[in-house]
Design a protein. Structure first.
Ligand code: SF4
Length: 359
C-alpha cells in the first residue's frame, strides 16, 4: 500500500465490499452462477464472449446436459459440438473449446488446472477468461478486464485516455488487480461477478443508472459530471456489404448442401452451394454460369445477416426448370455436396443464414 494516495487507499477499502454486498442482493439468477464447477464456468465464459446473456442461457443448458464434463466434450464428434453451437456464431470458440478439452484429457488425464498460469496455456483462454474461472471457481484473487470492467474502472477512477492504449490498459489491469485483492476473504469471485453485473445492469454504456449504483459516492466521473463522456468511445468500424447468391435444390424432404472445408471460415458447417460477388446481380449471374442453369428470375428469398463488420445479403435461387438432367449436372459441379434429409439436419451444423434460407 506504500506509495498509494490516501484517496486511492480509501477507494480500495470501500469499493470491493460495497460491490460484493450489492451483488448478494441484486445478482440475476443465471444458471452458471449456481455452480462452482470450473468446466461449467469455462463453457459459460466462452459462450458469453460477444454474446448476450439471454441468448446464451438455452445454449449453455443444452450443452451442459449433453456434455456435462471435460471428458464428455473431449470424446464428442466435432459435428456434434458445432451443432450444439449452431446459431451462436463465432464458431472458432467452439472449436477451441473442443481442442482444449482434448488437450486436458490427453495431457492431464481430464483434470482441469487450478493455477491461473496453467489456464493461460489452454487454447482459446486469455487473461480475462483465466481470471474469471480462477476467481469464480476457486476464489483466487485474480483480476478480470473486459469491456464492462473497462467502462466501470474508467468511470470510477476517471481515466480518460484511449482504452486501447498499452499504458492505459496496464493501468486498468493494475486497478482491477488492486480491487480484487481488497475483496473480502473468499469473495474474490463474487467481487469479479459484481463488476460484470454492474456493467451489465447499471453502469451501462449510455445513460448509466447512477442513482441505483452502490458505489456512486466513490465514482470520480459522477462527481465530475462526465459519466457519459467516459470512457472515450472509439469510432465504429465501417460496415462492409457482401453479396452471395445461393442455389436451393430440394428433392422431397432432402436438400442439397455442401460442407465447408476445415480451412474455410466456419469450417465443418453445411451450407447451400453459393457464390460471392461485388453486387447481388453479379452474384446471381455467376451462380447461373457456374451451375450452367437458368435460375428463377428473382430470388425466392433474401436473407440479411450481420457478422462482425460485414453485412451479408444471401439471395436464394432455384433452377427455372429443375429436370433430372439439370440436377445431375449440378451434382457434378459441386462434388462436395450431399442430399441431406430433415432428420440429418437435426444432427449436423448448418450455417445460420443458410438455415434460414432452407426453413
Ligand atoms: S456512479 Fe454511475 S458511472 Fe459511476 S460506477 Fe456507478 S453507475 Fe457507473
Amino acid at each position: 500500500m506504500n506509495g498509494l494516495t490516501a484517496t486511492y487507499k480509501h477507494f480500495l477499502k470501500l469499493t470491493p465490499k460495497a460491490l460484493v454486498n450489492w451483488f448478494a442482493q441484486a445478482a440475476r439468477d443465471l444458471p452458471w452462477r449456481r455452480t462452482r464447477d470450473p468446466y461449467a464456468i469455462w463453457v459459460s465464459e466462452i459462450m458469453l464472449q460477444q454474446t448476450q446473456v439471454s441468448t446464451v442461457i438455452p445454449y449453455w443448458e443444452r450443452w451442459m446436459k449433453r456434455l456435462p464434463d471435460v471428458r464428455a466434450l473431449a470424446a464428442a464428434e466435432e459435428q456434434e459440438v458445432l451443432k450444439l453451437w449452431e446459431g451462436l456464431g463465432y464458431y472458432r470458440r467452439a472449436r477451441h473449446l473442443h481442442l482444449a478439452a482434448k488437450k486436458v484429457v490427453a495431457e492431464n488425464n481430464g483434470r482441469l488446472p487450478l493455477a491461473h498460469e496453467q489456464w493461460l496455456e489452454i487454447p482459446g483462454i486469455g487473461r480475462y477468461t483465466a481470471g474469471a474461472i480462477c476467481s469464480i471457481a476457486f476464489q483466487h484473487p485474480v483480476p478480470i478486464l473486459d469491456g464492462n470492467v473497462v467502462r466501470i474502472l474508467c468511470r470510477l477512477l476517471l481515466i480518460r485516455g484511449d482504452t486501447k492504449d498499452k499504458a492505459v490498459l496496464k493501468r486498468l489491469w493494475d486497478a482491477a488487480q488492486d480491487l480484487v485483492s481488497h475483496a473480502p476473504d473468499g469473495q474474490h469471485g463474487r467481487f469479479n461477478e459484481s463488476m460484470m453485473e454492474l456493467g451489465a445492469t447499471l453502469c451501462i454504456p449510455r445513460q448509466p443508472l447512477c442513482l441505483l449504483c452502490p458505489v456512486s459516492e466513490l465514482c470520480a466521473a459522477r462527481k465530475a459530471g462526465v459519466v457519459n463522456q467516459v470512457p472515450q468511445i472509439a469510432a465504429r468500424a465501417t460496415i462492409t456489404p457482401r453479396y452471395f447468391a445461393a442455389l436451393l435444390l430440394r428433392d422431397g424432404d432432402r436438400t442439397f448442401l455442401r460442407q465447408r472445408a476445415a480451412n474455410e471460415v466456419n469450417g465443418g458447417f453445411w451450407e447451400l452451394p453459393n457464390i460471392e460477388a461485388p453486387s447481388p446481380e453479379e452474384a446471381a449471374q455467376l451462380l447461373a454460369k457456374k451451375s450452367a442453369t437458368r435460375l428463377s428470375e428473382k430470388p425466392i428469398k433474401i436473407i440479411q445477416h450481420r457478422i462482425t463488420r460485414y453485412s451479408m445479403t444471401l439471395s436464394v435461387y432455384q433452377p427455372d426448370s429443375p429436370t433430372r438432367k439439370i440436377i445431375t449436372r449440378i451434382e457434378k459441379i459441386w462434388p462436395d455436396a450431399r442430399w441431406l434429409s430433415t432428420e440429418d439436419l437435426k444432427h449436423l451444423p448448418v450455417a445460420k443464414a443458410h438455415l434460414r434460407a432452407i426453413g
